[in-house]
Design a protein around this ligand. Sequence first.
Ligand code: SDX
Length: 430
Amino acid sequence: MSDTVTIIDNRTGKQVECPVIKGTYGPPVIDTNALYKELGMFTFDPGYASTASCRSAITYLDGEQGILQYRGYPIEQLAEHSNFLEVCYLLINGELPNKVQLDDWENSIKLYGMTHEHLSRFYNGYRYDAHPMSIMAGVVGAVASYYHDVTDIWDADSRLMTAKRVIGKIPSIASRCYRYEAGFPFVYPDNSRGYIENFMNMMFSRPSEKYQPSAIAIRALDLLFILHADHEQNASTSTVRMAGSAETNPFACIAAGIATLWGKAHGGANEAVILMLEEIAEPKNIQKFVNRAKDKNDPFRLMGFGHRVYKNHDPRATIIRQACHDLLDEMHLNLPMFEIAMELERIALEDDYFIERKLYPNVDFYSGLIYQALGIPSNMFTVMFTLARSAGWIAQWIELMEDKEFRIARPRQIYIGSEKRDFVPMDQRA
Ligand code: SDX
C-alpha cells in the first residue's frame, strides 16, 4: 500500500497522487503541492483549520488529548521543574542546557537587557492613555531600525544574536508601556537580579524606596511565562512566519506578531476575561452571560472559553487554575472574581451548548486572575503574554529561516467578484 492519497476530479476523471507525510506525532498530512499543476485546482480551508503550514520540531499539541510539549518535554514537567529562561533556551536550541550552557545563556541575555536611549523617546508619541499593546507593537517595530544593518537573517550566529536581543530587551520595553501610562520614571535593567525579578523591578519599583518582590510572586510570573512561551502555529506565530517568509527584519516580524496577539479572539482574551468577570460582578448574574454566549443573535462570546485546537481541557488552563488557587492561598488574598470564574466554569461545563461544542476554559481564562493578584493592571495582561510568546516567536522565526523548504508565503483565493467589464466614462454612469 503506497503512502499516497489519490485525488480524482470527478468532472474530468483526471487524478493526482499526493504523497502522505507523517510526523513524529499528529495526523498524517496530504502534500497537495502538485494539485494546481496536475488538476489546475486549489484547496479551500478558511482559517486554516485543517492545513499544515510548515514542518516544525518546536512544539507539539494534541487538542483531543489535551497534550502540550516543548521540544518533546511535557508542559506539566517544564512547569514544575524548569524556569522561563531555561525554556527560552530549549525552544531556541532544541535541548535543555547543561549548567555551563545555562549560566552562559543567562549572562548573555543580561548583556542585551538595555535598549538604545533614544528608544525611550518613542513612548512620548503615544496618547497618555494609549493601550500598552499599541505601544508594544510600535516600539518593538522601531527596534528594527537600530539593528537593521547589522542583522544577517541568513547567518545562524546573527539569528541567535537577534534571539538574545529579543528575549533581553522585551522586558524593558514592556515595563515602560506600563510606566509611561502610570506616569512613573522608566527603570533600567538591574543585572544583579534574576530575569523575572528584574522585570518586576522595572515594572513596580519606585525611586523613593527599595523594591523586593516575594519569591511566590516571582515563581507565579515565571510559571505563567513558561506556559505562554509557545503554541505551535497559532495566529500570531503564523503572522511572524508570514512576515519572515518575505525576508523582513525579525523585529518587524515580532511587531506583526504583537499586533495579531492583541486581538481578543487571541491573546487579548486574558484582558477580556477580567472585563467580563467584572461585568458579571456577582454569581447570580452568571447564567445571564452564559445565555448570551449561547445566543446566535448576540455577538458576545464567553471570553477564555473555546480553542481552535483544544477540544479537551487546555493543559495550561489546568495548571494555571491550580497555581491561581495556590497563589491566592499563599498571599492570603480573597479575589471574589476567582470564585465567580470557578462558578462560571462549573455552569458552562454542565451546559449542553458548551459540552456539544467541546468548549473548555483556555489559557486565558485564569491567567488574568494571577496577573491581577500580582498587581498588574488588566490592560497589561496581553503585554505579559507578548513577553512570554516572544520567545516562541523568535524560535519559530529561526526555524523558518533554516527551513530548506523556505519560500515566501502566498496563499491563493476563490475569486467571487465581477466578470471582466469595460471602463464607464463619468457621463455614462448612473
Ligand atoms: C488563544 O491558537 C492558539 O493556540 C491560541 C492560543 C495560543 O497560545 O497562542 O491558545 C491563545 O488565543 C486562546 C483563545 C483565546 N480566545 C478566547 O478565549 C476568545 C473566546 N473564544 C472564541 O472566540 C473561540 O473559541 C476561538 C476564537 C478561541 C476559537 O474559534 P474557532 O475555532 O473559530 O471556533 P468556532 O468559531 O469554529 O466555534 C465553534 C462553535 C461555534 O458555534 P456554532 O456555529 O457551531 O453554533 O463554538 C462556538 C461558536 O459560536 N463558540 C463559542 C465560543 N467559542 C466558540 N460560543 C460561545 N463562547 C465562546 N467562547
